[in-house]
Design a protein around this ligand. Structure first.
Ligand code: PMP
Length: 431
């Protein structure tokens, strides 16, 4: 199957390109790194996407993470429909917001209070403002290759499509907006200690993905996590875990539950909205009470706490709590990755596979991938060939080497076997 065998998607993309910049409303879905046209989705169900041409794909993107229960899960669909019948937006408080807040705070002990917004970007932006407002300091540390949405001050050495499409520092972001952002390498303990020694009393906070998804999957070392907590505490800076991808995915309580870490602020999104536009930031009550109208730090949103999104989020988290899928996702992830490694070895393809639970990246490099520089050693041309070889076999993988892939609970061992079998064939095409 080539892009020619997807004529309806190709036509839809052509039309969209005349009306929407690049034909897409977010660059990560544009297939820019692999060449060719994106598929246009007609519908999605369980683990599958169906394109306009009637092709079916096993979906390893799952909307870039939110659809951990698979697409159109009956409980989520019912909750959303029921909420819509009660009206779609009030601009006034409703109990569904408190219900989701209760689920989130019970799942993540470091989150004593939470504020809902409409996207991960908004949540990260607000978390940074809160850290600055709380500490009265300006400097923020981020790590190269981590992505926290398109917040001006964080769009420096950013991952995800900012990295894939080669615009880590976007035009339109004034230097003034990024002057107070310090960029370090992920897992660089010495660099962290150096910056804190020089500027510790000016640092408002450190933001990181506790497991990185946005330069491909990268794990933090235990020493890195320990030093992050020690140094921030010692210098009175806030530790901000951006768990937009990892929250309720790596464990019900997110990466921080997996590692037993206690950040001051947590940024959430994706899964907590069950596929509807939601973000959230939460943390220590004394910090969160600085937010308007409890405190002076401004943040607002007409659609914040949207009842339909809250209902979908409540349904999703309730299902995850009732039937915890994490052990099964871990086993499926391990089996899949072992199979992929064997397929690559058999074909003589140098590789490095990083995985935590149901998130993984197959890097086309022989080197361990622990930070931005090592991720960059990947063979992107080989990745693109593999991507299309898998697409042609009905497997929808992230369209960039520098993104994580996701499993969902609607997938089975049989799906993993099918994926490995397809990868065995696809690997032969990339060498
Ligand atoms: N933080 C992280 C870790 C993310 O992965 C993303 C999006 N992939 C964001 C923030 C931004 O979220 P959104 O796209 O909902 O604005």
């Amino acid at each position: 199957m080539s892009s020619q065998s997807r004529p309806l998607s190709a036509a839809a993309f052509e039309k969209a390109r005349g009306l929407i910049p690049g034909g897409v409303n977010s660059p990560a879905r544009a297939f820019g790194a692999v060449g060719g046209n994106p598929i246009f989705v007609a519908r999605a169900s369980g683990p599958y996407l169906y394109d306009l041409d009637g092709n079916r794909y096993l979906d390893f993107i799952q909307s870039w993470g939110p659809m951990i229960l698979g697409h159109a899960h009956p409980a989520v669909v019912e909750a959303a429909i029921s909420a819509v019948r009660d009206g779609s937006s009030y601009g006034a408080p409703c109990e569904r917001e408190t219900e989701l807040a209760e689920l989130v705070t019970a799942a993540i002990p470091s989150v004593e209070m939470v504020r809902f917004v409409s996207s991960g970007t908004e949540a990260a932006m607000s978390a940074i403002r809160l850290a600055r407002g709380y500490t009265g300091r300006d400097l923020v540390i981020k790590f190269a290759g981590c992505y926290h949405g398109h917040v001006d001050s964080l769009l420096v050495a950013a991952g995800s499509s900012a990295l894939t499409l080669g615009v880590p520092n976007s035009p339109g972001v004034p230097v003034g907006c990024t002057r107070d952002t310090l960029v370090l390498q992920y897992n660089d303990v010495a660099g962290l200690a150096e910056v804190f020694a020089a500027k510790g009393d000016q640092i408002a906070g450190v933001i990181l993905e506790p497991v990185v998804g946005n330069m491909g999957l990268i794990e933090p070392t235990a020493e890195f996590r320990k030093e992050l907590r020690r140094l921030t505490r010692h210098h009175g800076a806030l530790l901000i875990y951006d768990e937009v991808m990892t929250g309720f995915r790596l464990a019900f309580g997110g990466a921080q539950a997996l590692y037993r870490d206690t950040p001051d602020i947590t940024v959430l999104g994706k899964i907590i909205g069950g596929g509807y536009p939601v973000g959230a930031y939460g943390g220590r009550a004394d910090v969160m009470k600085k937010i308007l109208p409890a405190g002076p730090v401004f943040q607002a949103g007409t659609l914040s706490g949207n009842p339909v999104a809250m209902a979908a989020g409540v349904a999703t988290l309730t299902e995850l709590k009732r039937n915890p899928p994490y052990a099964r996702l871990e086993q499926m992830g391990a089996d899949l990755v072992n199979g992929l490694k064997q397929a690559a070895t058999a074909a003589g393809v140098p590789h490095q596979v990083n995985r935590v639970g149901s998130m993984w990246t197959f890097f086309f490099t022989g080197q361990p991938v622990t930070d931005f520089a090592s991720a960059m050693t990947s063979d992107k041309a080989r990745f693109a060939k593999f991507f299309w070889a898998m697409m042609d076999r009905g497997f929808y993988l992230p369209c960039s080497q520098f993104e994580a892939a996701f499993l969902c609970t609607a997938m089975t061992d049989e799906h993993m076997n099918q994926t490995v079998a397809a990868a065995r064939e696809a690997m032969k095409e990339v060498v």
